[in-house]
Design a protein around this ligand. Structure first.
Ligand SMILES: [Zn+2]
Length: 337
């Protein structure tokens, strides 16, 4: 489904800017839409395409003209979509794009091209795209959509207007989750919104039980490490991060867990706690740890999750975070592990 700008949650500043440039016809020839997965980048790009291609010409799509219907069906001749095939966007994909852009617009207006997961372009594809960006054809708009803009060549980034989409506010995200996932209650929706860092799209692909299963395996590991009395630190527990799948999500899970432990430690109640169904465990772990150790673990999670973005080893990252929790931490540092 392709919506209009006014039906998109969040991203107000970006939507205002795009509305303005569509009305004044002062669009950049290329944009990068970057930000977390599942927060509305592609939705916004499609809504922009619809506004630009609508034959009413008012800068806002009418939803009923043949152009709007073709965009909604995905077969408008002036709208191109490029996506990775088997995880990669190749030079052939970009050559097709160039060929299409060199043709005259069918409807006499704009030609719009969306490149989804643009960071999946291989180097040849990206260099070919760079040529196109250097010699833009009139009335064409290229939108590169990516959650990992740092993987794009700086030369490509510098030739596009970069719009950075922020995660949705928890309230907006949780309302979208309740609307999109059947049978999810308010508390679970808020937990899912928090665990996915404000990404309804991610929540739609994961089941609430799957998320809770991941969380519970973490709670066990956290408990074990917090109670460890010696260097036999990781014995008996499978490393939670050794499976690289959903690493971002798992780190959010850690963050939320320590956040809840800290809030309970400070306030002594569950009002602001997000893992509400784990009240007993929160009370028990929170009372077993000092506030300093909880905050250290929280800060450690922030610090190390930033390094994971750049492909640091997840297992070592987790071990470093867990060391923040362990009372024998000084012993580990002194051994320079
Ligand atoms: Zn229309």
């Amino acid at each position: 489904m392709i919506v209009n700008f006014d039906q998109i949650r969040g991203h107000r500043k970006i939507l205002e800017l795009l509305t303005r440039v569509v009305h004044t016809k002062r669009l950049a020839h290329a944009y990068v839409f970057s930000g977390l997965e599942g927060i509305g980048k592609r939705l916004t790009a499609l809504a922009l395409a619809k506004n630009l291609l609508c034959s009413s010409g008012g800068g806002k799509s009418c939803g009923t003209c043949s152009a709007c219907i073709q965009v909604a069906r995905g077969n408008h001749p002036d709208l191109m979509m490029i996506e990775p095939e088997k995880g990669v966007i190749t030079i052939d994909n970009i050559r097709n794009l160039k060929r299409e852009l060199s043709r005259k617009s069918f409807s006499g207006g704009y030609k719009v091209c969306l490149v989804d997961d643009a960071d999946k372009m291989n180097l040849q594809a990206e260099n070919a795209l760079l040529k196109t960006l250097e010699e833009p054809t009139p009335d064409t708009v290229i939108i590169l959509i990516t959650a990992k803009p740092y993987r794009l060549l700086p030369t490509v980034l510098s030739r596009c207007q970069h719009l950075k989409f922020q995660p949705l506010a928890l309230f907006d995200a949780s309302e979208l989750i309740m609307g999109g996932v059947a049978g999810v209650g308010k508390d679970d929706a808020l937990l899912m919104a928090s665990l996915t860092g404000g990404s309804p799209g991610k929540s739609f692909t994961l089941k609430v039980e799957q998320l809770k299963g991941l969380r519970d395996s973490w709670i066990n590991q956290s408990k074990f490490c917090a109670q460890a009395k010696d260097e036999n630190f990781f014995v008996g527990e499978e490393n939670f991060l050794s499976d690289k799948e959903n690493v971002d999500l798992k780190l959010n899970l850690l963050r939320l867990w320590y956040r809840d432990l800290a809030l309970y430690k400070i306030y002594g109640n569950f009002d602001c706690v997000l893992n509400k169904d784990k009240a007993e465990e929160i009370a028990s772990q929170s009372s077993a740890l000092s506030l300093e150790r909880i905050l250290n673990a929280l800060l450690g999670t922030e610090k190390y999750s930033a390094t994971l973005e750049y492909n640091a080893n997840p297992q070592l990252t987790l071990e470093a975070i867990l060391m923040m929790l362990n009372p024998k931490r000084d012993f580990f540092w002194s051994k320079k592990i």
